[in-house]
Design a binder for this molecule. Structure first.
Ligand SMILES: O=C(O)C1=C[C@@H](OP(=O)(O)O)[C@@H](O)[C@H](O)C1
Ligand SMILES: C=C(OP(=O)(O)O)C(=O)O
Length: 409
């Protein structure tokens, strides 16, 4: 599906949007619920990733296809490896077979798991024969993906002696690890994270306990971008959020003040307001703790004619696509002065912005959603726009609520 996008007739926005639960919190909560059936969950994500996670958890034996869902791939690997009697092949989209799982597989094997590779060493598909994991201590590199660590932590309380992890190297995407530990605390599992050591106590029974998933902050980022690109005085209300979020992307509240966007809470509603011009001509952010908002921020800067230097982007090359390359290609098409390395991105001050460019999305939901706000400034096309369903199936409908013109061509 190719879409043509153009701006709302009135650039002074006033809208309310309801966003469903965080896919990260949802997929963790679903896994914990499979281990501890006394858990109930509210405001679950309606994303494809949460759907494949639910389907995957129900399968006893056979092939589990998790499509593009990185969290489902990593979390289900730990889950099935620790479930005695289960025998599954975990696979996914072509891109998923290029996203590494070796660190996780090695750690699980060290704990006693039986996992082998279906095709290429270190990558899905993987064949898992569920076993009782006897050991309770393992060390693993922490600089590639935090999802490996979260996968181990989620099954940790179900192991006889709990788990002690020693994290080696610079720890990446730390808030996602803390989110996992916070959810364990919410279901009454004792844990600690000191220095590079994480300890989780065993727990045989949980609950009953209700987990209320906060709405998705990564999805909220696209509205931050829209408000940043709108007229002073614009307001968008998003629900339902918490001011003590478990999601690292809630750092948007601070980062977007640089672009003249202020955030306030009215109960569980997040109110984004454009209060003035950006503070400066360039921004410099380390996004090692919030990698999923890198695309949004780069595009916001381009739309505002600002420069930026974004660091801490070393994980972007192994996500849904190589996001650094994809940003380089697509922003260049629009006229940006952009350079990337394997861990950072630099955007020069931009003057021109080419209209009617067709943005390629590379099977990456965030490419489609990050570029959409640019329609506030110039009409553009988005190719394969259905990719948004990975995390936010209602995205285009919600843009129409803001009176963007969204036409299938
Ligand atoms: O644990 C999670 O829910 C996630 C962790 C992050 O991945 P990395 O730790 O691989 O950066 C993030 O990019 C992803 O969207 C979701
Ligand atoms: C990287 C992402 O997801 P995952 O790794 O779970 O596929 C994302 O949603 O931006």
């Amino acid at each position: 599906m190719k879409l043509h996008l153009s701006a709302p007739s009135n650039q002074l926005l006033r809208n309310n949007i309801q966003i469903t639960g965080s896919k990260s919190e949802s997929n963790r909560s679903l896994l914990l619920q499979a281990l501890y059936p006394n858990i109930s969950i509210d405001n679950l994500s309606n994303s494809d990733d949460a759907e494949v996670m639910q389907k995957g958890l129900k399968i006893g034996n056979g092939v589990v296809d998790i499509h593009h869902a990185g969290t489902a791939m990593r979390f289900l690997t730990g889950f099935f490896a620790s479930q005695e009697g289960k025998q599954v092949t975990l696979t996914g989209s072509k891109r998923m077979t290029e996203r590494p799982v070796k660190v996780l597989v090695e750690a699980l094997r060290h704990l006693g798991a039986e996992i082998s590779y279906g095709k290429n060493e270190g990558y899905p598909p993987i064949l898992i024969k569920g076993k009782k994991l006897e050991k309770s201590q393992v060390s693993l590199p922490a600089n590639i993906s935090s999802q490996y660590i979260s996968s181990l932590l989620l099954i940790a309380p179900s192991l006889e002696n709990g788990l002690e992890l020693e994290l080696v190297g610079k720890i990446t995407s730390v808030p996602y690890i803390k989110m996992t530990l916070a959810l364990l605390s919410q279901i009454g599992v004792e844990n600690s994270f000191e220095g590079n050591t994480i300890k989780v106590s065993p727990k045989a029974k949980v609950g009953p306990v209700n987990l209320v998933v906060e709405s998705d902050w990564s999805s909220a980022s696209y509205y931050y971008s829209i408000v940043a690109l709108s007229e002073v005085g614009s307001e968008i209300c998003l629900s339902a959020y918490k001011d003590n979020s478990l999601q690292g992307d809630s750092v948007l509240q601070e980062l977007y003040t640089e672009f003249g966007v202020e955030t306030r809470f009215e109960g569980n509603t997040l109110v984004l307001r454009k209060v003035g011009a950006p503070k400066g001509q360039t921004v410099q952010f380390d996004l090692g703790n919030a990698p999923d908002i890198a695309q949004t921020i780069a595009v916001t800067c381009f739309g505002l004619g600002m420069g930026c230097h974004l660091t801490g982007l070393h994980t972007l090359k192994i996500k849904e696509t190589d996001r650094l390359e994809a940003l380089h290609t697509e922003l260049s098409k629009l006229g940006a002065d952009i350079s990337v390395t394997d861990k950072d991105l630099t955007l020069g001050l931009s003057g021109t912005m080419k209209a009617e460019v067709a943005i390629d999305t590379y099977n990456d939901h965030r490419m489609a959603m990050a570029f959409a706000p640019l329609a506030m400034k110039i009409p553009l096309y988005v190719n394969d726009a259905e990719v948004v369903s990975k995390s936010y199936p209602d995205f285009w409908k919600d843009l129409e609520k803001l009176t963007f013109l969204v036409d299938e061509v």
